[in-house]
Design a protein around this ligand. Structure first.
Ligand SMILES: [Zn+2]
Length: 88
């Protein structure tokens, strides 16, 4: 598999966040009736979230200077790298 670039990495991160929320909300419906289902769904959601965060730390980097863009640019897509000033 090709390494994702920083845009794909950011999308994966946001996607993993949404999957986590969806599984958590879904699991919440089973919280009182089937606690085991709730635990499995939230556990799965948490695993997806951690995987998304790890790939974000690894791949969400400036293609010019290699510095991490992960948290800084999660919501606002940047035009230029805040470290080296190159166009992203
Ligand atoms: Zn840079």
């Amino acid at each position: 598999m090709k390494k994702p670039d920083w845009r794909q990495s950011r999308r994966l991160w946001v996607g993993s966040l949404l999957v986590f929320l969806a599984l958590f909300v879904l699991g919440w419906g089973f919280e009182s009736s089937h606690p085991a289902v709730f635990q499995v769904l939230t556990g799965l959601g948490f695993a997806v979230l951690v995987a998304g965060a790890v790939q974000n730390l690894l791949f969400c980097r400036c293609p010019h200077c290699g510095r991490s863009l992960s948290y800084l640019r999660m919501l606002q897509p940047a035009e230029f790298c805040p470290y080296c000033g190159e166009r992203l």
